[in-house]
Design a binder for this molecule. Sequence first.
Ligand code: COA
Ligand code: ZN
Length: 327
Amino acid sequence: MMDPCVGAVRRVFLQDVAMRDGLQAESVFVPTDDKVAFVDALSATGVAKIEVTSFTSPRAIPMLADADEVMRRIRRVPGVEYTVLVPNVRGVERALAAPPDEFNLVMSCSETHNLANLRMTRERSVAQLLEVMRLSAEARVPVNVSLSCSFGCPMEGDVPSGDVLDFAATFIDAGARGVTLCDTTGMAYPSQVAALCTDYHRRFPGAMLTLHVHNTRGMGLANALAALQAGVDRFDASLGGLGGCPYAPGATGNVCTEDLAHMLLLEGCSIGVDLPALLDCARRLGALVGHELPGQLVKAGRRLDLHPVPSSVAQSVAQSRTRAEAP
Ligand code: COA
Ligand code: ZN
């Protein structure tokens, strides 16, 4: 197990998915102008990557039906990567009108979840995504593949880790630069995360690895820490902890970006993020979706954001300080 705090400062890449994973399950449509303004604000916080939207069927994900316009209108900041989720060839064809820096392809490791979410068998998804990769290579846009239900399926139960790694191998062999192991409904637990991430690194030493966890059972940060200690340096997270797959029963939000950023900073990692700016964005997101978000840091403040001393004890505190300072 690697200790993240030993030796040189570890660079860790935070990838915010609030605009895609976060918004997709909301019931009230967020206006396009607000989405564009929000992505522009997020671009200024220093996150490494923003998953801006998804080019899925507008009937399946009505919240993101304006993907084309959002991608055309955002202001791209050098150094920030803008990625979009695509499930099929039609998605890539649409997205190429305003090419992103990466295509994030998606399929599930569980046959049942793939049928529910993407309305096709895993075999058909693999065939579609390999065709998507051919088009992406022609357009010179790199590809990452997100594997849903890598740590369990809410309908099938455990998913064999060998199957997950075999799906990863299919896409890495075909030229994907990385894979995201997704815990779609918060079924992962820390030792399972560490084991799968370690096996991934052993089998694919040159490929990027992202961990994408949901906090459905309160294990989001614990799983992220386990992955960090297993050498993972890329994390998907959602501002405010917004999110969840609309086609996975019981799904809830991702691990919260600002909570994860706070923990990574305390663990001595370099994340390139302006935490106060991130907190401003998280507050703004709550207003945008019109309900409270599960993120903790917005409510509790950072660890050393101290509170004023209550007036009832202020005098005693001052006296004891004076006594302590007396020669
Ligand atoms: N963008 C826009 N429209 C699309 C599309 C895309 N990427 N892919 C398919 N469509 C349209 C087709 O043109 C067709 O439209 P029509 O009925 O007006 O002719 C319709 O959707 C159905 O096409 P079909 O190929 O039969 O797709 P489907 O109904 O089997 O749905 C998916 C397959 C993958 C497109 C759909 O299930 C989907 O978008 N799922 C998204 C799931 C998701 O994002 N989940 C959360 C993230 S994990
Ligand atoms: Zn997710």
